[in-house]
Design a protein around this ligand. Structure first.
Ligand SMILES: Nc1ncnc2c1ncn2[C@@H]1O[C@H](COP(=O)(O)OP(=O)(O)OP(=O)(O)O)[C@@H](O)[C@H]1O
Ligand SMILES: [Mg+2]
Length: 372
């Protein structure tokens, strides 16, 4: 997948951006706070995801602007395509999103069309940070190759928050009758079982690809393993019957946990509590990994994610690197550059001197939200 051009205006501090990209390497340089990350983020939103910085809708629009507009033209294996979205200050919830000129009801409906992988300095903390980060990482990765997965996640979230709200009420009233949970339990079980199966399968692929990459960055000296930790299932290997057997186990687990849930006022088991275990030489990186091991593992997982997209969808995603190279030592820098050779790259950096040895590609300079 290749971005041919990017346009942005009124998106945060970006103004009047209209650039055409090199099919391989593109570097956006500029001092701090000029809008480099904003540009990466604008492109990222075209993949159908929410802001990786958690920006609220109304803050997507420039402070003194009425409207934010972003567009890309891109090319996949088959054809040229175009994505545009705009947000108006007087009605931020109602975004205008179009794919090849056809209006879509929501930005998330863009999922599965334009695919990119974003890598920010915070991602270097993927293996050490909270389980929440790792769950988001795999959920997002799965959604990119299987857009309908998003519906399952949304449904799960929705039922879970209703169940938790009911638990909070019961917590206050001091009741011991858990039968009121039945209606949510069965729905959670069905959706949760499905999510578990997909996450397990994804972690298996992630393990396979990350292992090879990690082996190369450590020159075979260390070994990486990635495992899905389920709070519901002992073992998901070979299990696929999420409507039957797995939903039943999930339901039993929820019922077993009902007493604890009523005491704590929230749901203690389920895919919202699962995690991804990342091990180096058999030890959990989260608890025992060195900074370097944590980073190499995170790098391997991110590149593996791109490999999985290639394998599942037939085309590499665009790699968005926000300020990552400056954070890395020469060995890891070379590792990442060598392993994204087949992909189009859009990266940002503060110091243009660090990239002048680049063999080919384009360098853009960003100043006060404009490409100069
Ligand atoms: N809604 C908005 N309207 C206008 N400007 C905004 C808005 N949101 C953020 N900004 C501005 O965008 C600038 C930050 O842009 P960005 O994070 O892209 O910088 P950067 O070039 O990546 O900097 P760094 O090198 O420090 O990462 C800040 O000056 C911030 O005030
Ligand atoms: Mg930045």
């Amino acid at each position: 997948m290749i971005i041919k051009s990017i346009s942005a205006d009124g998106y945060k501090n970006l103004e009047n951006i209209n650039i055409s990209l090199d099919p391989k390497m593109n570097i956006v340089c500029g001092e701090n706070a000029q809008g480099k990350t904003n540009l990466i983020e604008a492109v990222w939103l075209c993949s159908g995801c929410r802001s990786f910085r958690g920006t609220r809708d109304r803050d997507l629009i420039g402070f003194d602007k009425e409207k934010a507009k972003v567009g890309i033209t891109f090319k996949d294996e088959v054809r040229d395509q175009e994505i545009e979205f705009s947000v108006k200050r007087n009605n931020v919830k109602d975004k205008l999103v179009t794919l090849n000129g056809v209006k879509l009801p929501l930005i998330s409906k863009l999922f599965g069309n334009f695919r990119c992988v974003v890598f920010t300095p915070e991602d270097l903390n993927l293996t050490k940070g909270s389980p929440d980060n790792r769950r988001s990482f795999i959920d997002l990765s799965i959604s990119q190759v299987k857009p309908s997965y998003i519906n399952a996640l949304n449904k799960y979230e929705n039922i879970l928050s209703q169940r938790n709200a009911a638990l909070k009420n019961i917590f206050r009233s001091d009741s011991h009758d858990s039968s009121f949970l039945d209606v949510w339990n069965s729905q959670l079980a069905e959706t949760g079982a499905y999510i578990s199966v997909l996450r397990y399968a994804f972690c298996k692929m992630l393990n396979h690809h990350s292992k090879i990459l990690y082996d190369s960055v450590t020159e075979g000296n260390e070994n990486l393993d990635i495992k899905y930790f389920s709070t519901v299932y002992e073992n998901l290997e070979g299990e696929e019957d999420f409507k039957g057997k797995l939903a039943k186990i999930y339901l039993e687990k929820l019922e077993d946990s009902a007493d604890t849930d009523m005491k704590t006022g929230f749901t203690n088991v389920g895919v919202h509590r699962d995690d991804v275990g990342v091990y180096v030489n058999g030890l959990l990186v989260r608890d025992f990994g060195s900074q370097g091991q944590a980073r190499s593992a995170a790098l391997s997982m991110k590149i593996a994610h791109a490999e999985i997209i290639k394998k599942e969808c037939g085309d590499y995603p665009v790699m968005l690197l926000d300020d990552v190279l400056s954070e890395l030592d020469p060995v890891r820098k070379r590792f990442i550059l060598n392993n994204i050779e087949g992909m189009q790259v859009l990266m940002t950096c503060c110091d243009s001197r660090s990239v002048t040895e680049m063999a080919s590609g384009k360098i853009f300079e960003m100043k006060k939200g404009r490409i100069v």
